[in-house]
Design a protein around this ligand. Sequence first.
Ligand code: GLU
Length: 299
Amino acid sequence: MCSIIGYLGDGSAAPILVKGLKRMEYRGYDSVGVATISGNQITVRKGVGKVAEVNNAVKLDMLSGSVGIGHTRWATHGGVTETNAHPHPSGSGEVAIVHNGIIDNFAELKKDLQQKGYSFKSETDSEVIANLLQHNFDQTKDIKKSMIQTVAALKGNYAFVVVFEDGTLAAARFHEPLIIGVGKNGYFISSDVLGFVEHTDEVIYPDNREFVIINLNGIQFFDFDGNPVQHQITKVSKELADAYKGDYAHFTLKEISEQPDTILKAGDTTKMELDLTTEFVKHAKNLYLTGSGTSYNAK
Ligand code: GLU
């Protein structure tokens, strides 16, 4: 389960994107990348490893520009390599995408696009989205139309964010999560509110089969047929926002270190009982751990 993120606003995109990706590290991933747009030029930096490692190596957060996209990848198609890491630009580099999910019909689409002269670098299914958008944009010169045609051709599950050379950001959602953050100084797109909750608690949850186009004039939502859709802005609850705060390296560490508080807050255990139980467990001769959390739901 990877994470996607996008930003368009007054701030410098790259540090915002990198921080957002770090906040979503709990979702698991094998590689990371960021693309920003500056002076109508898209620049991509990416690599294999943790956000901090790749950032140290290639300075993801030093990319300039106030519009960008970012990704942590969990490889499904193609090895864990720098080339396969997202973002993926189109062959001509005029658009770049990050994608969460799987494109089932990527092989046919890729073959067709290659025959039309579009070039591919990676082994991923995702790169086909970049060249398909590019092809549809080349034909229509219209971002909305190119989004409608692209989502009509894709089969599979996906959420993707695309940055166009003119600085427009767009995203589509089909059976994968996508959340929009509406800040005072910019818009955020993310797989999880965690990606931007420190910047804004005002969010829009697009429905399945919807896409969004964001530029300096504002934000517009459409269904996959291109009909405009209206959405209310809702507020992320205070509890949810608080739950995401803290500087733990992993969500699991956060959860572990919060156990005493969590148990006490539940109200049916006193501090003395908790301390006694802790001592009892610490001095036990044998300890049997049983559990079935996520695995219980696995079929
Ligand atoms: N299927 C894509 C890939 O292998 C995206 C995987 C993901 O969701 O991270 O690159």
